[in-house]
Design a protein around this ligand. Structure first.
Ligand SMILES: [Zn+2]
Length: 214
């Protein structure tokens, strides 16, 4: 084999590429051939000098890059808004729960209260309404409970609204008593909103985990 073959192999080794021949064969030739041995030293020196050459000056783009970045990361504003909405809903449920309890507690404790109903019926109504207050307060404290509370809250509210509208028309209920049910409507709407947000959050992680490509 001619020296040219060994020098090509040597050049490949300096570039970190496959030699095209066994290492032992190349080293064997370098040990035996003075000409190639000298060539190898020169080639190594040239390669090292090329690698150690000063890098061309690069302009400092730090300020430009930082200036081009948006003021805040995409999604940060939406996340902050979502947290604010969640906190607002929980505070609303706290207020609604307290108001609902304030309306229902006297009926539960004292029986008839504002209504001209048999005592036990008033007690029973009071118990239902205090339980509603407890549901609102529970969801305010632990939003993950919202979805589980909805089947009862929605069916109770739908039935109550329909009979209240009918009773108002027939004059069976005073407007202020019917108005107190607005507290219930606000509370159920807030629980539904909390449940809806929880459902969206459970759907999101797979999407949110993907890297941003833009
Ligand atoms: Zn040689």
């Amino acid at each position: 084999m001619s020296c040219q073959m060994y020098r090509e192999a040597l050049s490949a080794r300096l570039d970190g590429e496959p030699l095209g021949m066994p290492v032992a064969e190349l080293d064997g030739h370098l040990g035996a051939c003075a000409s190639c041995s000298v060539w190898a030293v020169d080639a190594e020196r040239v390669t090292r000098r090329a690698r150690l050459a000063a890098a061309p000056p690069v302009p400092d783009l730090t300020a430009t890059v930082l200036g081009a970045l948006p003021g805040e990361l995409p999604g940060a504003r939406a996340a902050a808004r979502a947290r604010l909405t969640g906190t607002g809903l929980r505070l609303l449920l706290l207020v609604v729960g307290v108001a609902q309890a304030a309306l229902a507690w006297p009926v539960l404790v004292h029986g008839a209260g504002a209504m001209s109903a048999p005592v036990h019926l008033a007690h029973e109504t009071g118990a239902w309404n205090v339980a509603l207050a407890a549901s609102f307060l529970a969801v305010a404290a632990a939003p993950r409970l919202a979805a589980g509370a909805l089947p009862f809250l929605l069916s109770f509210t739908a039935l109550l609204v329909s009979v209240t509208v009918a009773d108002l028309g027939a004059g069976h209920v005073h407007a202020d008593r019917a108005g107190a049910h607005l507290v219930l409507l606000v509370g159920v709407a807030a629980v539904a909103a909390v449940a809806w947000r929880g459902r969206r959050r459970r759907d999101l992680p797979a999407v949110a985990a993907q890297p941003v490509t833009a």
